[in-house]
Design a protein around this ligand. Structure first.
Ligand code: MN
Length: 383
């Protein structure tokens, strides 16, 4: 019996995780939902409480919290906000935390679960992007396990299982290229929110969909990969692969290359993060090789997708630059979604924050929180 908590259970990863749990329970892998959390989605969360009867749920919206409490669920504790997440994360009565909170909010609850030595199935990129070194040091100390849910990192993990990490020469992270792969640079000024939310291959939340359109998502994944697999940035490559069938590749010292393939369906990496190192039967969609026409590859255009370049640069500069990159990006994306800035302005906002940052090479979690806050405020004061 595996006891599972999902932070961010009403988002795209959360809902897919619950489908995975159903599949596992239909296939002899005993999984029980212990805690669920949602930012503000009262209706979906109420449905999840009724179906999975968790021990507790956390909601981040005061009104929804009061409403949930008034429903008087007999066996489900109702907790509120970040304190609720931190409290639940540090409890003993679960085994696996699926960390699928959106953005920087994922950092502190994930750290609590790591301190308790849990398995973390990580979908929240910002945790490793901002706290990479601190997180990896804590994991070594506590014996926690970090299993990626992101399809690229799951692919890399699946390629290196059983290999000697000293014999890896390169990680090749594939990217669909997003909706603007073929758009000329001089047309970027006309991109609307709807255009940017229209991802060709993956159905995801809004923040990550915009990040996929700017390729910042790939930049964050490069930073994540550096920490997860302990690889130098110069040995990480991004390769555009529009079909999203090859989820990433690993090249070894002898020149041999392994790739992991599959339909673009998040349920596969989510299930692997839960069952690892085992595999369990699934009823998910299978690859249809005969109707698969092409697998093509292109180099990314760093000139057109400046966010990808900014992410590589801040990883190489190191220290707290990735904290600034992440905070500035989150705010720039929010401003774009609220029609306060144009799509084409996103990289400039991030670059400006990076240029004005005084780097710290030695830092703690409290520094991350301060830098994150200052970066956001400086941008918001301007718009
Ligand atoms: Mn990904």
């Amino acid at each position: 019996m595996k006891k599972i908590s999902i932070f961010g259970s009403t988002g795209s990863i959360g809902v897919n995780t619950l489908n995975v749990i159903d599949n596992l329970n239909n296939n002899g892998f005993n999984a029980e939902i212990v805690y669920l959390s949602s930012n503000s989605n009262f209706d979906i969360l109420t449905g999840q409480i009724n179906k999975y009867k968790p021990k507790g749920v956390i909601i981040n919206n005061k009104e929804s919290y009061e409403k949930l409490k008034s429903l008087n669920f007999s066996n489900t504790e109702i907790l509120f906000g970040e304190d609720g997440l931190l409290e639940v994360a540090s409890r003993d009565d679960y085994d696996i935390l699926v960390s699928a909170l959106v953005g920087f909010a994922g950092l502190l609850p994930t750290i609590e679960a790591i301190k308790k030595g849990k398995r973390i199935a990580l979908a929240n990129k910002e945790t490793l992007v901002t706290g990479g070194k601190i997180i990896m040091d804590l994991i070594k100390k506590s014996g926690a396990e970090l299993l990626p849910i992101d399809s690229e990192h799951s692919a890399i993990l699946q390629c290196i299982v059983g290999e000697n990490s000293k014999e890896i020469s390169k990680l090749i992270i594939t990217a669909s290229g997003g909706p603007f792969r073929k758009l000329e640079k001089n047309k970027f000024k006309d991109v609307t929110v709807d255009d940017a939310l229209n991802h060709p291959n993956w159905k995801m939340g809004k923040k990550i969909t915009i990040d996929s359109a700017t390729l910042m998502n790939k930049g964050l994944e490069v930073i994540e990969a550096k920490w997860l697999f302990d690889i130098n940035p110069e040995n990480i490559e991004v390769l555009i692969h529009p079909q999203s069938i090859i989820h990433s590749m690993v090249e070894f010292t002898d020149g041999s290359v392994k790739s992991q393939m599959g339909v673009p369906d998040m349920k596969i990496p989510i299930q692997y993060a839960i069952t690892y190192p085992e595999r369990i039967h699934s009823d998910f969609e299978r690859m249809d090789y005969k109707n698969l026409k092409d697998l093509t590859f292109e180099e990314p255009d760093f000139d057109k997708f400046e966010c990808l370049k900014l992410a590589f640069d801040s990883l190489v500069s190191g220290g707290t630059y990735p904290v600034v990159l992440n905070a500035a990006n989150e705010i720039a994306v929010e401003l774009f979604l609220n029609s306060k800035v144009k799509f084409i302005e996103i990289p400039g906002i991030i670059k400006n924050s990076l240029d004005n940052h005084k780097n710290l090479t030695n830092f703690e979690v409290s520094d991350i929180l301060t830098i994150d806050k200052i970066t956001r405020k400086q941008i918001l004061d301007k718009f």
